[in-house]
Design a protein around this ligand. Sequence first.
Ligand code: NAD
Length: 367
Amino acid sequence: MSNPSLLILAGDGIGPEVMGEVKRIINWFGEKRDLVIDVSEDLVGGAAYDAHGVPLHDDTMAKAQEADAVLLGAVGGPAYDDLDFSVKPERGLLRLRKEMDLFANLRPAQCFDALSDFSSLKTELVSGLDIMIVRELTSGVYFGEPRGIFEEGNERVGINTQRYTESEIERGARAAFELAMKRDKRLCSMEKANVMESGILWREVVTRVAADYPEVELSHMYADNGAMQLVRAPKQFDVIYTDNLFGDILSDCAAMLTGSLGMLPSASLGAPMENGRPKAMYEPVHGSAPDISGQGKANPCACVLSFAMALRYSFNEGTEADRLEAAVEKVLADGVRTGDLMQAGDSKPVSTSEMGDAILAALDASL
Ligand code: NAD
């Protein structure tokens, strides 16, 4: 079988810095685990705008469609803030998500024991936390028509439309059930069926799909209650499946249970390709962090953990993904900290590349 292929789009700001550490880790897997990945690289965001006048060149889009997975760093920065909306760096990211039809956004909220003090919640509420939020990413109120700002009588009205087809709800639900099967086999679906017809349909479709996954325990919750439960007793959840808007908010809420932005990975998955692998893009949740870029201060863990998700979900290398996640966990347990993870009393922070060194040393120690 041919090697899996990965298109790296490092992007702007700290994107190339954190990606530099991931590239060292990819090489480590090639050399030490015989897991050779064919890596290619291209531009996205402001970097692509500088080179081509667009935030994503058509050739790059075509490469993304062909790769087994895409790993993206971050896009954006003050230099591009005044660009026309159509060529803003974020448009490159949105184009990738849209044209690859990445409908299931996976946002893990996992609390590393060594960082449980970072949560705004009490340690006992978050220690050992391991939730996966699956957010529908390509439909719902962010895309529904009609939309716009219209004149109505003597005032204006802003309109957005929440719209979901059964098939859109179903494909995301299947992705969520499949994930639940690989985890603790519990799925909580969140909507507002009490006040929204789209929520009633959502609940019906998810319930119907559940018949194909009899081992998974399905529950339903109104999304507002879901938000309360996430901060009251987050460990009650395993996988949460919810729509684009609620998912946007709930996944950020869940993320903050775990501490720093520099630790949060994500995956966006689409339909299976001919080789059976899902279309997929992996990216840290954080942005390009212009306030620290170019200074060697960025925490590479979110990008490293995004690559671990690629190992698990695109390359079927779950054991190696576990190895990499355990290496990050060990480094944190040993007290290695980039600036964003420092607390009163901690000694000097390590640099981006020193964090990479520590993860590589932990990987070596795992052999
Ligand atoms: P940000 O995530 O870039 O930064 C927020 C804060 O977190 C900053 O103080 C930053 O220094 C810190 N931070 C973020 N990642 C870090 C890391 N890995 N290590 C250490 N500290 C880290 O969000 P922002 O400041 O609101 O946005 C900056 C730029 O990034 C904007 O142009 C925005 O549009 C863009 N952005 C891009 C993405 C993306 O590429 N997916 C996501 C969010 C924001």
